[in-house]
Design a protein around this ligand. Structure first.
Ligand SMILES: Cc1ncc(COP(=O)(O)O)c(C=O)c1O
Length: 361
């Protein structure tokens, strides 16, 4: 597609990918059993460990985040044991379903869409029942809620046999996440959200405890068998053929992310969140997600003005932006403005002014 006809993505994934990062994919292909690949893999490990703020390893998988959901459920919950899923939106709901589809026993703490989970809810559940894992979504992309991962982690850490599994698909590299310090055993993510890479790669920081647990699970399947992935990782490799071109792009993108600095990146996202909330409130539309837990990467605007989403998206398309129209059961009642990845506050300003023009305000 010619650059002139490309619409910049303001949807919550895939997000806009910078041209330099797209270009990194056109490096000459290398064999994945070569020395050059081992070097690429080792470089990625070093940078990914910095990005997840972990001393452990980071799995790099050719799949989207959904694959690692399945891997997490399969490898971390033993036969006959239970998982506790915190559910409050479309994605946390789906992960709980995936655990069940993989034959795992699941209990759920459900909150209304738009609300966050609290550490107290988790403490109460853990007092009553023993769980192999607590599964939580850091940033619920359907509702724009960021859960208190650090505080929930403090509760889970009091139970040495319970793993703390965090989906940070739309949080990672947009919202603060200190994997080791917050006691997270597995933090999983995809490439196409705040990481600002093309879709197709999934990543997970994995603690030793996860691997010890996986060794006790008899049916781990094949593609996401964590024990096999770890054995290859130790040799700077992957069990099957990885998406090498995407890994070149990840190498370049991580370099640029580290130059920006994690803290600066998190702060830029908070700035964009605050701009979007202020804009929505001034337009008397409001924000769907609970105050105090509003996402730095995606704002779910309550469609108080009853905007016709198709008309708005068409208008914004004319301005060169591809917009979201809401998700799941709150589609239309809400719409999402994604402000994640490499988006700058000035681009967001352009987006918000474009919507103003559509609204005629
Ligand atoms: C919070 C969250 N978790 C998981 C997923 C699934 O990830 P993927 O689409 O990379 O499979 C998504 C997708 O949007 C998501 O937003």
């Amino acid at each position: 597609m010619a650059a002139a006809t490309h619409k910049r993505l303001v949807i919550p994934g895939p997000v806009e990918v910078r041209k330099e990062v797209l270009d990194a994919q056109t490096e000459w292909m290398i064999g994945h059993r070569s020395k050059a690949f081992e070097e690429l893999f080792a470089r990625l490990q070093t940078k990914l460990k910095q990005a997840f703020v972990t001393e452990s390893r980071v799995f790099v998988q050719g799949s989207s985040g959904t694959g690692l959901w399945e891997g997490a459920s399969r490898n971390c919950i033993r036969e006959g044991k239970k998982a506790l899923h915190l559910v409050g939106g479309a994605f946390s709901e789906r992960w709980a379903e995936i655990s069940q589809l993989n034959g795992k026993q699941v209990d759920v703490i459900a909150v209304d869409w738009g609300k966050a989970h609290t550490p107290e809810m988790v403490a109460e559940a853990l007092q009553k029942e023993t769980y192999d894992a607590v599964c939580v979504v850091h940033n619920e992309t359907s509702t724009g809620v960021t859960n208190p991962i650090k505080a929930i982690g403090e509760v889970v850490r009091q139970y040495p046999d319970t793993l703390y599994l965090v989906d940070t698909v739309s949080g990672f590299l947009g919202i603060e996440l200190l994997t080791d310090e917050w006691g997270i055993d597995m933090a999983l993510t995809s490439s196409q959200k705040a990481f600002a890479l093309p879709p197709g790669l999934a990543f997970a920081a994995i603690s030793d405890r996860v691997l010890e647990r996986a060794a006790q699970v008899t049916n781990r399947g094949y593609y996401f068998d964590f024990i096999e992935i770890e054995a290859s990782l130790k040799k700077n490799n992957t069990p099957s053929t990885p998406p090498v071109s995407l890994m070149f792009a990840a190498d370049k993108q991580l370099e640029d992310i580290m130059s920006e600095g994690l803290q600066a990146r998190w702060t830029r996202h908070i700035q964009m969140r605050d701009m979007t909330i202020a804009w929505a409130e001034a337009r008397e539309m409001g924000v769907f997600s609970q105050e105090g837990f509003r996402s730095p990467t995606v704002t779910t605007v309550a469609n108080g003005r009853n905007i016709n989403m198709d008309d708005m998206a068409k208008f914004m398309g004319g301005k060169g932006f591809s917009m979201d129209k809401g998700y799941g059961k709150v589609k239309g009642k809400t719409f999402r403005i994604a402000h994640m990845g490499d988006m700058s506050p000035s681009t967001l300003e352009e987006v918000l002014s474009g919507i103003d023009e559509f609204l005629g305000v």
